[in-house]
Design a protein around this ligand. Structure first.
Ligand code: 2YC
Ligand code: MG
Length: 259
């Protein structure tokens, strides 16, 4: 799974501001508003313990500080533990953390110790980026394309099916596609169909996954994917809005879903 680099997390507040402006323009709500409607929750004065984890590739220099920025931005009280791993966990719980945020190379979780609610970044990210795509005010129909059916795309496709959208999806991994058709009832998308979409959720770790034949002249592409799946020339040639941000939107979804 693609790991964030310190470079991805530079200018996080500027990236958030730019994306929040686009989201507000194309959906009518900002990230806060969408999360409140999506989860029916509002952040109160909860304490969030942020615990650096040294497992695997280890600590990403500005990952914990980015989580602190995000926690505070959404009105919660955050603290990064002095110690990492199990010692850090003990420190956070002893200091009264209501919610724990920690990530190794495979799982990034938010765990509400008071309510016993836990969510992974993959699921929360898939859901919020799907929700953003689905709220495109200029959408021409309820048809929506999901590119990538890994842990993020699958969660996004499941959410969109539950919301009653016509979900078309593709993934180079036939097993992933068959699983999603069987379990979610999504329709397999193949480029020969020549079907075009005004809403796209792109959830792959690859560039240039979106081709010209897939999108309508006016389109919203919503993606947590790094690198960006939308080729710049296509974004310029058509009236495409792009919502793409490396961490804040996904973490906001995690926090709102467990508070
Ligand atoms: O600094 C730390 O505590 C590191 N153990 C954090 C590792 C995060 C690894 N995960 C990722 O980079 C991506 C993120 C987009 C969120 C999920 N996977
Ligand atoms: Mg994000």
């Amino acid at each position: 799974m693609a790991l964030l680099t310190p470079r991805d997390l530079e200018n996080l507040s500027m990236q958030l501001e730019e994306n929040d402006e686009t989201i507000k323009r194309v959906t009518g709500l900002d990230v806060r508003g969408i999360c409140e409607e999506l989860y029916g929750t509002k952040p109160g004065s909860l304490k969030v313990g942020i615990i650096p984890i040294t497992a695997g590739d280890g600590i990403i220099s500005n990952f914990a500080s980015s989580l602190l920025f995000i926690t505070q931005y959404f009105g919660l009280e955050g603290a990064i533990t002095e110690h990492s791993d199990m010692t850090g966990y003990y420190e956070a719980v002893s200091q009264g953390a209501d919610i724990i945020l920690m990530a190794d190379d495979h799982m990034f979780v938010a765990h509400n110790l008071r309510k016993g609610k836990i969510v992974s970044n993959h699921v929360a990210t898939g859901i919020i980026y799907a929700e953003i795509a689905s709220r495109f005010r200029e959408a021409s129909s309820k048809d929506i394309l999901v590119i990538g059916l890994g842990r993020v795309g699958y969660a996004g496709a499941a959410h969109l099916m539950k919301k009653g959208f016509n979900v078309y999806a593709c993934d180079p991994n036939r097993g992933f596609l068959e699983k999603a058709v069987k379990e979610l009832g999504i329709k397999p998308y193949c480029s020969e169909d020549r079907k075009r979409f005004s809403m796209v959720l792109e959830a792959t770790p690859n560039a240039n996954t979106i081709s010209e034949g897939m999108i309508e002249e006016r389109c919203l592409v919503s993606t947590p994917g790094i690198p960006c799946g939308l080729p710049p020339e296509i974004g310029k040639k058509y009236r495409v809005d792009l919502v793409m941000e490396p961490l804040v939107i996904g973490v906001a979804s995690m926090l709102y879903s467990v508070i």
